[in-house]
Design a protein around this ligand. Structure first.
Ligand SMILES: O=C(O)[C@H](O)COP(=O)(O)O
Length: 345
């Protein structure tokens, strides 16, 4: 597999006229092949995470997928590329969204909303699997809701991250909490990731449906009525929040607190809920109140966005470690992955 992919990548690079065979040599390890020519390195890894490849030259990085090379980054002189890449760095950031893993009330098919229930064993496994999928994507800050199922998901996912930084929940609910949770080592702080829990990211409040069985509720009020309560934009459940009302707090928090972090180049992960995330995705993808009705989020499946020059570009769900796929989503992410590989090998 690696050989064919390897030659395919080379062929594609040659077709871009960005490659010459002079001084070409290659190294082969147990599960990787590396092709090196002047200023160029193509590596195919067959790690246990599946087949990955990174192609790097001192003036650009090729992004490739098992089917074809997708794009060759602008070719700049190293000096400029440093400046532009650092400038690009501040314009580009990764945003990961994860709906919590299955909760005990999801398992019982009960409306949960703002009731604070933990994950099931399956939900724990989903959170860990999600962590494997994002294990090569940089995370500088984590935001969760104030509910334990989202916080458990974030912490469990980060146990799989290859950078091994320590997520630390920030306690600033009182002056004493802030004072008693201080870290007095700059080096230790550098090895940690602040986690901010915000009630504004809580699941939509399901009002008088909370605790009711979804099927029984549909039997009682009718399937259409329950679908309307669950998925419409502006129709609230009895004494609960509509998606629009949920968006007023969740999207406002995202814009006020999270977007400035992305703008400064910080990579962010948000672990939240089916509906609070639907309201945020509606904003990111500019969905209409009609389009959002069909938006469904599975538990524990991470979604990646790239924030670049003030725009959000949806990049799908990072491949699972068992799937043969290529990691490189953008130049920065490919280089980050490369650094992790170099650091950990
Ligand atoms: O709050 C709940 O019950 C779930 O988290 C989401 O429920 P829904 O998919 O019915 O909106």
């Amino acid at each position: 597999m690696a050989a064919s992919v390897f030659h395919q990548a080379i062929g594609t690079l040659q077709s871009h006229g960005h490659f010459n065979n002079s001084g070409l040599h290659h190294e082969q390890g147990d599960n990787y092949m590396r092709l090196i020519s002047k200023g160029f390195k193509v590596e195919i890894g067959l790690s246990k995470r599946g087949c990955y490849r990174s192609v790097q030259r001192n003036i650009g990085v090729v992004q490739a997928s098992t089917s074809q090379t997708s794009v060759f980054e602008p070719v700049l002189s190293p000096a400029k590329s440093n400046a532009s890449s650092s400038q690009k760095k501040s314009n580009e950031a990764a945003l990961i969204l994860i709906r919590h893993g299955e909760s005990l009330w999801n398992e019982k098919n009960l409306f949960t909303g703002c009731v604070d229930v933990p994950l099931t064993k399956k939900g724990v496994e989903e959170a860990i699997e999600a962590g494997k999928r994002i294990s090569n994507i940089p995370v500088d800050m984590i935001y969760t809701s104030a509910l334990i199922r989202a916080q458990m998901t974030a912490m469990l996912a980060m146990t799989q991250h290859r950078r091994r930084k320590v997520p630390i929940i920030i306690h600033n609910e009182s002056e004493q909490a802030r004072a008693w949770s201080q870290v007095f080592s700059e080096e230790t702080k550098k090895q940690s990731i602040p986690v901010l829990a915000a009630w504004q990211l809580n699941e939509r409040m399901y009002g008088e449906l909370q605790g009711l069985n979804k099927q029984e509720t549909a039997d009682r009020y009718g399937k259409e009525q329950v679908h309307e309560w669950r998925r419409s934009y502006d129709i609230p459940p009895p004494n609960g929040e509509s998606l629009e009302m949920c968006a007023q707090r969740a999207v406002a928090y995202f814009k006020d607190q999270i977007e400035p972090q992305l703008l400064s180049g910080k990579n962010v992960m948000i672990a939240a809920h089916g509906n609070s995330l639907r309201s945020i995705i509606m904003y990111l993808d500019k969905l209409t109140s009609q389009e959002v009705i069909s938006l469904e989020l599975s538990t524990g499946i991470p979604m990646l966005y790239i924030f670049k020059e003030g725009k959000f570009i949806r990049r799908g769900s990072p491949v699972a470690p068992t799937e043969a796929g290529v990691y490189a989503y953008t130049r920065s992410l490919a280089l980050y992955r490369q650094k992790l590989d170099d650091m950990l090998h």
